[in-house]
Design a protein around this ligand. Structure first.
Ligand SMILES: [Zn+2]
Length: 84
């Protein structure tokens, strides 16, 4: 059975698509790593890497998921004293 040019092209296109998905999932993962949690309270000065941190559990305000960059620069937070 001869594979037509169209079939070959489809196969290449599929491969590119799979590669693209792999790249997207890798880049999404690195974004997740740098995501941190902050308690949206005026008295809160820390950001948390651990979503289950007990200090975060005490938060009575909204818990926001932000990038590490935003936590440090936009919100002026420092890493929670219970985490390293
Ligand atoms: Zn914490």
């Amino acid at each position: 059975m001869k594979i037509s040019k169209a079939m070959q092209f489809k196969s290449i296109a599929l491969h590119s698509l799979i590669m693209l998905f792999v790249l997207i999932s890798i880049s999404t993962e690195s974004v997740e790593v740098s995501a941190v949690y902050i308690c949206d309270s005026k008295s809160s000065k820390a950001y948390h890497k651990d979503k289950n941190c007990f200090a975060l559990k005490n938060c009575t305000h909204e818990i926001k998921t932000v990038s590490l960059y935003d936590a440090q620069n936009t919100y002026g937070r420092t890493l929670c004293g219970h985490e390293d």
